[in-house]
Design a protein around this ligand. Structure first.
Ligand SMILES: Cc1cc2nc3c(=O)[nH]c(=O)nc-3n(C[C@H](O)[C@H](O)[C@H](O)COP(=O)(O)OP(=O)(O)OC[C@H]3O[C@@H](n4cnc5c(N)ncnc54)[C@H](O)[C@@H]3O)c2cc1C
Length: 439
């Protein structure tokens, strides 16, 4: 009977962990990936619009950045390139900016950035279950029982949790409850709660006829830094994807790190500044479609973890991995994922390392996090991950953080995207009170 392993999250880290598990365990493992979204990618996400013709926009990372000194992530990327899912970008055509280290190699996904993640999942031959959001993880005897929001539950021999660390927004460790939380020490909680910057990303689908203005603005490049109040970087997605020059075009705007405000206020400003910078009209004939994403946890500002992953429990194994352990790059994700698998494999064989032996003792004794100055990890660990205005995340607070303004308040679930919004942001968007719409 193959060992049953659950990977939570089909982002870059989850896909790399699945790939490594398959490389190390072969058919001895049944690998399931539970992903809350409709598709793979996470922050390597690619959106497609119905007009024109499904032209895509990379709404998170525009590139996968690889440290040429790190042999393992170089090898993983090389395999992805050989499978024709990614290609190296000429670094000279890229601007120098805070989103990526300038001495790294940068790759674009041939079918959008999420094709890099999909390529790893496909090599891993993992069973990916989309629209399955883990709400609880509980130790039940010798297995981890994962429960999804839709009520589905299943037992696993090991779990690799590859969701963002604790912070603002909702799609992260904050929202996964259960007795797994008791496995983490105070030091663990600190290392999974890293400061991230916040950015907005806006994609604009443009009607054809604006290619000359785009060419004049971007010159020979497919991206350009902008000096304006909110927009920091503009990407010419269609040029990056070698779409026909005379057809409709897609551009993507990123705000600077530490963006503030809510998305209803920000969207028109970002659109107006982008149109002004490029020199195109800001009207419905030009902009045929648009999309905004708020990245509350965009990229890790500094890591707190002294290790590349967090071993929360040894028997049965539970390991936490993600860019927050290393760095917000492709290499950071691969390093953390591979470290998680290096911890898990000997544990499955019953060969604990010296370090994991100590953790096993702790888990077996049922050690709980020690309260420090009243901020117990379970009952409200005070966040050091400060978001923009210095707001703090509070574990154990019954109120949700609004997915738009991030204020902790009574929130209502919007079934159209599965996210929680406070009454004020809901009303701003729909023009009606959430209760009057049956939320
Ligand atoms: C604007 C921006 C620009 C960037 N630029 C670059 C760049 O130039 N180069 C670079 O290398 N990197 C860049 N990055 C960073 C890179 O995108 C991240 O480091 C990387 O995508 C993190 O991958 P991850 O798998 O750790 O996390 P994520 O991509 O966040 O994946 C986590 C996954 O878990 C899922 N999930 C969350 N909660 C649950 C749950 N309860 N149940 C099931 N699934 C769940 C999420 O839906 C998501 O798919 C950028 C990021 C942003 C936002």
């Amino acid at each position: 009977m193959p060992v049953r392993i659950l990977v939570v999250g089909a982002g870059c880290t989850g896909a790399a962990a699945s790939l490594r598990l398959r490389q190390q365990l072969g058919s001895a493992a049944s690998i399931q990936v539970w992903e809350k979204a409709r598709g793979a990618g996470g922050r390597y996400t690619t959106s497609r619009d119905t007009y024109p013709d499904g032209m895509r926009a990379d709404m998170g990372a525009q590139y996968a950045s690889v440290d040429p000194q790190d042999a393992e992530s170089v090898a993983v990327m090389q395999a992805i390139v050989e499978s024709a899912a990614a290609e190296l970008v000429n670094s000279e055509s890229l601007s120098d900016n805070a989103e990526r280290p300038c001495d790294f190699l940068h790759y674009r996904g041939v079918g959008g950035q999420n094709s890099i993640v999909k390529a790893m999942l496909s090599s891993a031959k993992a069973e990916v279950v989309y629209e399955r959001r883990v709400s609880k993880l509980d130790l039940r005897g010798k297995a981890w029982r994962a429960t999804a929001y839709d009520g589905a539950s299943e037992d696993f021999d090991a779990v690799v949790m590859c969701v963002p660390g604790i912070g603002p927004g909702g799609d992260n460790l904050n929202k996964i409850h259960g007795n797994w939380e008791r496995c983490l020490t105070n030091d663990h909680w600190k290392s999974v709660e890293t400061p991230h910057d916040c950015r907005y990303s806006v994609a604009l689908w443009l009607a054809s006829g604006h290619q000359e203005a785009l060419a004049a603005f971007f010159g020979n490049s497919s991206e350009k830094k902008v000096k304006s109040n909110n927009v920091e970087l503009l990407f010419w997605q269609s040029r990056k994807d070698s779409e026909p020059f005379d057809g409709p075009q897609v551009i993507v705007a990123h705000t600077a790190q530490g963006a503030r405000g809510n998305k209803q206020q920000m969207e028109p400003r970002i659109i107006s500044e982008s149109c002004n910078a490029i020199g195109i009209p800001n009207n419905a004939r030009t902009i045929t479609s648009k999309k905004i994403i708020t990245w509350f946890q965009s990229q890790v500002v500094s890591t707190k973890s002294s290790k590349d992953c967090v071993v929360a429990c040894c028997q049965p194994p539970l390991v936490l991995a993600g860019d927050y352990c290393v760095a917000s790059t492709f290499t950071g994700c691969v390093k953390s994922a591979f470290a998680a698998v290096s911890e898990i494999v000997p544990l499955l064989d019953g060969q604990a390392t010296q370090d994991s032996g100590k953790i096993a003792d702790r888990c077996q004794k049922g050690d709980k996090p020690q309260a420090t100055s009243g901020n117990d990890a379970k009952n409200g660990y005070t966040s050091q991950a400060v978001f923009g205005n210095g707001r703090e995340t509070q574990r154990g607070n019954r109120r949700d953080a609004c997915s738009d303004c991030n204020r902790r308040d009574k929130c209502f679930k919007d079934d159209s995207d599965g996210k929680m919004y406070c009454a004020s942001c809901w009303k701003h968007y729909y023009g009606k009170d959430p209760r009057s719409m049956g939320a």
